[in-house]
Design a protein around this ligand. Sequence first.
Ligand code: ADP
Ligand code: MG
Length: 297
Amino acid sequence: MEQPLQSCDPPPGPPLPALLAGRYRLERVLGVGGMGVVYRARDLLHEQFGEPRSQVALKVLGEHLAPSQDAHLLLYSEFSLTRYLRHERVVRVFSFEVDTTGEVAFFTMELMSGMTLDQLLLNCPRGVPWQVLRPIALGLLDALGYIHRQGVLHGDVKPGNVMLGADGVRLFDFGLAQALGPPLSGLPALSPQRFTAWTPAYAAPELLEGAPLSASSEVYGAACLLYDLALGGRAAQGAGPRSRLAPPRQLPRRCWPALRVALSVDPQRRTITADELQAAMQCEHSVVGRWFADRAR
Ligand SMILES: Nc1ncnc2c1ncn2[C@@H]1O[C@H](COP(=O)(O)OP(=O)(O)O)[C@@H](O)[C@H]1O
Ligand SMILES: [Mg+2]
Protein backbone atom coordinates (compact mmCIF):
# COMPACT_ATOMS: atom_id res chain seq x y z
CA MET A 1 0.00 0.00 0.00
CA GLU A 2 1.43 3.39 -1.05
CA GLN A 3 1.80 6.00 1.66
CA PRO A 4 0.12 9.36 1.00
CA LEU A 5 2.41 11.99 -0.51
CA GLN A 6 4.38 14.01 2.00
CA SER A 7 5.12 17.46 0.72
CA CYS A 8 6.73 20.49 2.25
CA ASP A 9 3.96 22.62 0.78
CA PRO A 10 0.82 20.48 0.68
CA PRO A 11 -2.32 21.82 -1.01
CA PRO A 12 -5.53 21.92 1.02
CA GLY A 13 -7.66 18.78 0.94
CA PRO A 14 -6.91 15.11 1.44
CA PRO A 15 -3.43 14.05 0.23
CA LEU A 16 -3.07 12.19 -3.06
CA PRO A 17 -1.54 8.72 -3.11
CA ALA A 18 2.21 8.95 -3.75
CA LEU A 19 1.91 6.72 -6.84
CA LEU A 20 -0.67 7.48 -9.54
CA ALA A 21 -1.82 5.00 -12.21
CA GLY A 22 0.91 2.63 -10.99
CA ARG A 23 3.44 4.74 -12.86
CA TYR A 24 3.87 8.33 -11.67
CA ARG A 25 5.59 8.83 -8.33
CA LEU A 26 4.68 12.24 -6.96
CA GLU A 27 7.69 14.05 -5.56
CA ARG A 28 6.55 17.50 -4.58
CA VAL A 29 4.04 20.26 -5.20
CA LEU A 30 5.28 22.69 -7.84
CA GLY A 31 2.43 25.13 -7.61
CA VAL A 32 -1.18 25.65 -6.64
CA GLY A 33 -3.40 27.85 -8.81
CA GLY A 34 -7.05 28.82 -8.78
CA MET A 35 -8.09 25.59 -10.48
CA GLY A 36 -5.44 22.95 -10.06
CA VAL A 37 -2.45 21.59 -8.26
CA VAL A 38 0.72 20.77 -10.19
CA TYR A 39 3.19 18.19 -8.93
CA ARG A 40 6.63 17.12 -10.00
CA ALA A 41 6.58 13.38 -10.63
CA ARG A 42 8.88 10.63 -11.86
CA ASP A 43 7.62 8.45 -14.69
CA LEU A 44 8.65 5.00 -13.41
CA LEU A 45 7.79 3.31 -16.72
CA HIS A 46 10.18 5.48 -18.69
CA GLU A 47 12.76 5.03 -15.97
CA GLN A 48 12.57 1.27 -16.47
CA PHE A 49 13.85 1.81 -20.00
CA GLY A 50 16.72 3.93 -18.76
CA GLU A 51 15.18 7.24 -19.84
CA PRO A 52 17.44 9.91 -18.30
CA ARG A 53 14.75 12.64 -18.32
CA SER A 54 11.93 10.82 -16.60
CA GLN A 55 10.51 13.73 -14.62
CA VAL A 56 7.21 15.24 -15.63
CA ALA A 57 4.79 17.80 -14.27
CA LEU A 58 1.37 16.41 -13.38
CA LYS A 59 -1.79 18.48 -12.98
CA VAL A 60 -4.88 17.51 -11.00
CA LEU A 61 -7.95 19.60 -10.25
CA GLY A 62 -8.11 21.43 -6.96
CA GLU A 63 -10.21 19.96 -4.18
CA HIS A 64 -12.81 22.75 -4.46
CA LEU A 65 -13.69 21.69 -8.03
CA ALA A 66 -13.98 17.99 -7.26
CA PRO A 67 -17.68 18.08 -6.22
CA SER A 68 -18.60 19.46 -9.63
CA GLN A 69 -19.87 16.51 -11.69
CA ASP A 70 -18.21 17.53 -14.92
CA ALA A 71 -15.01 18.87 -13.38
CA HIS A 72 -12.98 16.20 -15.15
CA LEU A 73 -14.25 17.54 -18.44
CA LEU A 74 -12.68 20.85 -17.49
CA LEU A 75 -9.31 19.17 -16.99
CA TYR A 76 -9.66 17.15 -20.18
CA SER A 77 -10.60 20.26 -22.11
CA GLU A 78 -7.41 21.98 -20.91
CA PHE A 79 -5.34 18.97 -21.89
CA SER A 80 -6.99 18.57 -25.26
CA LEU A 81 -6.67 22.22 -26.33
CA THR A 82 -3.05 22.39 -25.21
CA ARG A 83 -2.23 19.20 -27.10
CA TYR A 84 -3.26 20.84 -30.37
CA LEU A 85 -0.81 23.66 -29.85
CA ARG A 86 2.73 22.98 -30.99
CA HIS A 87 5.02 25.86 -30.41
CA GLU A 88 8.31 26.28 -28.63
CA ARG A 89 6.80 29.02 -26.45
CA VAL A 90 3.80 26.92 -25.37
CA VAL A 91 4.01 24.16 -22.75
CA ARG A 92 3.89 20.62 -24.18
CA VAL A 93 1.43 18.15 -22.70
CA PHE A 94 1.94 14.39 -22.82
CA SER A 95 -1.06 12.31 -21.75
CA PHE A 96 -4.39 12.40 -19.93
CA GLU A 97 -4.87 9.56 -17.45
CA VAL A 98 -7.06 8.32 -14.63
CA ASP A 99 -5.92 6.62 -11.47
CA THR A 100 -8.84 4.24 -11.03
CA THR A 101 -8.03 3.28 -7.45
CA GLY A 102 -7.93 6.81 -6.13
CA GLU A 103 -10.43 8.05 -8.78
CA VAL A 104 -8.10 10.87 -9.73
CA ALA A 105 -7.94 12.30 -13.25
CA PHE A 106 -4.74 14.09 -14.24
CA PHE A 107 -2.57 15.00 -17.18
CA THR A 108 1.17 15.01 -17.57
CA MET A 109 3.29 17.63 -19.29
CA GLU A 110 6.86 18.75 -19.68
CA LEU A 111 8.49 19.80 -16.45
CA MET A 112 9.43 23.44 -16.88
CA SER A 113 12.21 24.93 -14.85
CA GLY A 114 12.71 28.56 -13.98
CA MET A 115 10.35 31.03 -12.39
CA THR A 116 6.94 32.39 -13.24
CA LEU A 117 6.78 36.04 -14.26
CA ASP A 118 5.02 36.95 -11.02
CA GLN A 119 8.10 35.69 -9.18
CA LEU A 120 10.24 37.80 -11.53
CA LEU A 121 8.07 40.83 -10.72
CA LEU A 122 8.71 40.32 -7.03
CA ASN A 123 12.45 40.04 -7.70
CA CYS A 124 12.53 43.25 -9.76
CA PRO A 125 10.70 45.98 -7.82
CA ARG A 126 12.42 48.66 -9.93
CA GLY A 127 11.51 47.14 -13.26
CA VAL A 128 12.95 44.41 -15.45
CA PRO A 129 15.85 45.73 -17.58
CA TRP A 130 15.13 45.95 -21.31
CA GLN A 131 17.71 43.31 -22.27
CA VAL A 132 15.76 40.83 -20.08
CA LEU A 133 12.32 42.23 -20.87
CA ARG A 134 12.73 42.22 -24.66
CA PRO A 135 13.10 38.42 -25.10
CA ILE A 136 10.24 37.90 -22.64
CA ALA A 137 8.02 40.24 -24.67
CA LEU A 138 9.00 38.67 -27.98
CA GLY A 139 8.51 35.11 -26.68
CA LEU A 140 5.16 35.78 -25.03
CA LEU A 141 3.78 37.65 -28.05
CA ASP A 142 5.13 34.94 -30.33
CA ALA A 143 3.12 32.37 -28.35
CA LEU A 144 0.03 34.59 -28.28
CA GLY A 145 0.20 35.35 -32.01
CA TYR A 146 0.55 31.64 -32.73
CA ILE A 147 -2.38 30.50 -30.60
CA HIS A 148 -4.61 33.25 -32.02
CA ARG A 149 -3.72 32.12 -35.56
CA GLN A 150 -4.73 28.61 -34.46
CA GLY A 151 -8.10 29.98 -33.32
CA VAL A 152 -7.41 29.61 -29.61
CA LEU A 153 -7.82 32.19 -26.85
CA HIS A 154 -5.80 31.50 -23.72
CA GLY A 155 -8.34 33.12 -21.42
CA ASP A 156 -6.01 33.97 -18.53
CA VAL A 157 -2.88 35.78 -19.70
CA LYS A 158 -1.12 36.94 -16.53
CA PRO A 159 2.38 36.72 -15.00
CA GLY A 160 1.52 33.57 -13.00
CA ASN A 161 0.83 31.66 -16.22
CA VAL A 162 4.12 32.39 -17.98
CA MET A 163 7.32 30.57 -17.05
CA LEU A 164 10.74 32.07 -17.63
CA GLY A 165 13.44 29.42 -18.02
CA ALA A 166 17.00 29.32 -19.29
CA ASP A 167 15.70 28.92 -22.85
CA GLY A 168 13.11 31.69 -22.69
CA VAL A 169 9.43 31.90 -21.82
CA ARG A 170 6.62 29.36 -22.06
CA LEU A 171 2.90 30.12 -21.90
CA PHE A 172 0.97 27.52 -19.89
CA ASP A 173 -2.31 26.96 -18.01
CA PHE A 174 -4.95 26.73 -20.72
CA GLY A 175 -7.60 25.96 -18.09
CA LEU A 176 -9.78 28.89 -19.24
CA ALA A 177 -8.85 28.62 -22.92
CA GLN A 178 -11.47 28.73 -25.67
CA ALA A 179 -11.45 27.57 -29.27
CA LEU A 180 -12.90 30.10 -31.69
CA GLY A 181 -13.90 27.72 -34.46
CA PRO A 182 -13.51 24.27 -36.00
CA PRO A 183 -11.77 21.89 -35.67
CA LEU A 184 -10.90 22.84 -32.10
CA SER A 185 -14.40 24.04 -31.24
CA GLY A 186 -15.47 20.39 -31.63
CA LEU A 187 -13.41 19.46 -28.60
CA PRO A 188 -15.23 18.74 -25.36
CA ALA A 189 -15.55 21.93 -23.40
CA LEU A 190 -17.49 23.45 -20.59
CA SER A 191 -19.32 26.73 -20.74
CA PRO A 192 -16.50 29.17 -20.02
CA GLN A 193 -18.84 31.36 -17.96
CA ARG A 194 -19.10 28.64 -15.35
CA PHE A 195 -15.48 28.75 -14.41
CA THR A 196 -14.41 32.18 -15.53
CA ALA A 197 -12.38 33.80 -12.82
CA TRP A 198 -10.67 36.81 -14.35
CA THR A 199 -7.63 38.20 -12.66
CA PRO A 200 -8.85 41.81 -12.51
CA ALA A 201 -5.42 43.41 -12.97
CA TYR A 202 -4.98 41.70 -16.35
CA ALA A 203 -8.58 41.40 -17.55
CA ALA A 204 -9.58 43.84 -20.29
CA PRO A 205 -12.20 46.33 -19.03
CA GLU A 206 -14.84 45.07 -21.48
CA LEU A 207 -14.56 41.53 -20.00
CA LEU A 208 -15.45 42.87 -16.59
CA GLU A 209 -18.59 44.31 -18.20
CA GLY A 210 -19.57 40.95 -19.63
CA ALA A 211 -18.11 41.10 -23.15
CA PRO A 212 -16.82 37.80 -24.53
CA LEU A 213 -13.14 36.97 -24.56
CA SER A 214 -11.37 38.10 -27.73
CA ALA A 215 -7.90 38.22 -29.23
CA SER A 216 -7.94 41.93 -28.45
CA SER A 217 -8.69 41.33 -24.75
CA GLU A 218 -5.72 38.96 -24.63
CA VAL A 219 -3.45 41.55 -26.23
CA TYR A 220 -4.57 43.90 -23.44
CA GLY A 221 -3.62 41.30 -20.80
CA ALA A 222 -0.21 40.74 -22.37
CA ALA A 223 0.37 44.50 -22.63
CA CYS A 224 -0.50 44.96 -18.93
CA LEU A 225 1.90 42.18 -18.06
CA LEU A 226 4.73 43.79 -20.07
CA TYR A 227 3.90 47.19 -18.64
CA ASP A 228 4.09 45.84 -15.08
CA LEU A 229 7.40 44.10 -15.78
CA ALA A 230 8.83 47.31 -17.21
CA LEU A 231 7.59 49.36 -14.27
CA GLY A 232 8.49 46.80 -11.63
CA GLY A 233 6.49 45.43 -8.76
CA ARG A 234 2.76 45.94 -8.98
CA ALA A 235 2.83 49.68 -8.81
CA ALA A 236 0.65 50.10 -11.89
CA GLN A 237 -2.25 48.03 -10.62
CA GLY A 238 -5.27 49.86 -9.34
CA ALA A 239 -3.88 53.13 -10.64
CA GLY A 240 -6.80 53.69 -12.99
CA PRO A 241 -7.07 53.13 -16.71
CA ARG A 242 -3.75 51.86 -17.99
CA SER A 243 -3.84 54.00 -21.11
CA ARG A 244 -3.33 57.11 -18.99
CA LEU A 245 -0.14 55.82 -17.44
CA ALA A 246 3.26 57.23 -18.28
CA PRO A 247 5.81 55.32 -20.35
CA PRO A 248 7.85 53.02 -18.09
CA ARG A 249 11.53 53.86 -17.71
CA GLN A 250 12.75 50.44 -18.80
CA LEU A 251 10.95 50.60 -22.13
CA PRO A 252 12.60 52.17 -25.21
CA ARG A 253 10.59 55.20 -26.31
CA ARG A 254 10.03 53.71 -29.76
CA CYS A 255 8.10 50.77 -28.26
CA TRP A 256 5.74 52.88 -26.16
CA PRO A 257 3.21 54.02 -28.83
CA ALA A 258 2.45 50.42 -29.81
CA LEU A 259 2.22 49.29 -26.18
CA ARG A 260 -0.06 52.22 -25.41
CA VAL A 261 -2.41 51.19 -28.23
CA ALA A 262 -2.45 47.65 -26.78
CA LEU A 263 -3.31 49.12 -23.36
CA SER A 264 -6.33 51.03 -24.68
CA VAL A 265 -9.28 50.75 -22.33
CA ASP A 266 -11.67 51.13 -25.29
CA PRO A 267 -11.46 47.92 -27.36
CA GLN A 268 -12.31 49.98 -30.51
CA ARG A 269 -9.02 51.83 -30.07
CA ARG A 270 -7.01 48.71 -29.31
CA THR A 271 -6.20 48.26 -32.98
CA ILE A 272 -3.13 46.09 -32.65
CA THR A 273 -2.65 42.33 -32.86
CA ALA A 274 -0.20 40.20 -30.88
CA ASP A 275 1.91 39.83 -34.04
CA GLU A 276 1.99 43.60 -34.61
CA LEU A 277 2.89 44.29 -30.99
CA GLN A 278 5.64 41.72 -31.25
CA ALA A 279 6.99 43.38 -34.39
CA ALA A 280 6.96 46.74 -32.59
CA MET A 281 8.93 45.23 -29.69
CA GLN A 282 11.53 43.67 -32.00
CA CYS A 283 13.79 46.65 -31.80
CA GLU A 284 13.60 50.35 -31.31
CA HIS A 285 13.53 51.05 -35.02
CA SER A 286 11.08 48.46 -36.29
CA VAL A 287 8.80 49.54 -39.12
CA VAL A 288 5.68 48.62 -37.10
CA GLY A 289 6.98 50.52 -34.07
CA ARG A 290 7.56 53.58 -36.23
CA TRP A 291 4.09 53.29 -37.74
CA PHE A 292 2.38 53.30 -34.34
CA ALA A 293 4.70 56.10 -33.21
CA ASP A 294 3.73 58.23 -36.23
CA ARG A 295 0.02 57.58 -35.67
CA ALA A 296 0.32 58.61 -32.03
CA ARG A 297 1.60 62.08 -32.99
N1 ADP B 1 4.67 22.19 -16.50
C1 ADP B 1 5.02 22.79 -15.35
N2 ADP B 1 6.29 22.72 -14.89
C2 ADP B 1 6.63 23.34 -13.72
N3 ADP B 1 5.77 24.05 -12.95
C3 ADP B 1 4.49 24.14 -13.35
C4 ADP B 1 4.05 23.53 -14.57
N4 ADP B 1 2.72 23.82 -14.72
C5 ADP B 1 2.37 24.54 -13.65
N5 ADP B 1 3.41 24.76 -12.82
C6 ADP B 1 3.38 25.50 -11.53
O1 ADP B 1 2.12 25.28 -10.91
C7 ADP B 1 1.40 26.52 -10.75
C8 ADP B 1 -0.08 26.28 -10.99
O2 ADP B 1 -0.28 25.76 -12.29
P1 ADP B 1 -1.47 26.27 -13.22
O3 ADP B 1 -1.52 25.38 -14.42
O4 ADP B 1 -1.31 27.74 -13.49
O5 ADP B 1 -2.74 26.00 -12.30
P2 ADP B 1 -4.13 26.79 -12.24
O6 ADP B 1 -4.90 26.36 -13.46
O7 ADP B 1 -4.75 26.32 -10.99
O8 ADP B 1 -3.83 28.27 -12.23
C9 ADP B 1 2.06 27.48 -11.73
O9 ADP B 1 1.95 28.81 -11.35
C10 ADP B 1 3.51 27.02 -11.74
O10 ADP B 1 4.21 27.55 -10.65
MG1 MG C 1 -2.57 29.37 -13.42
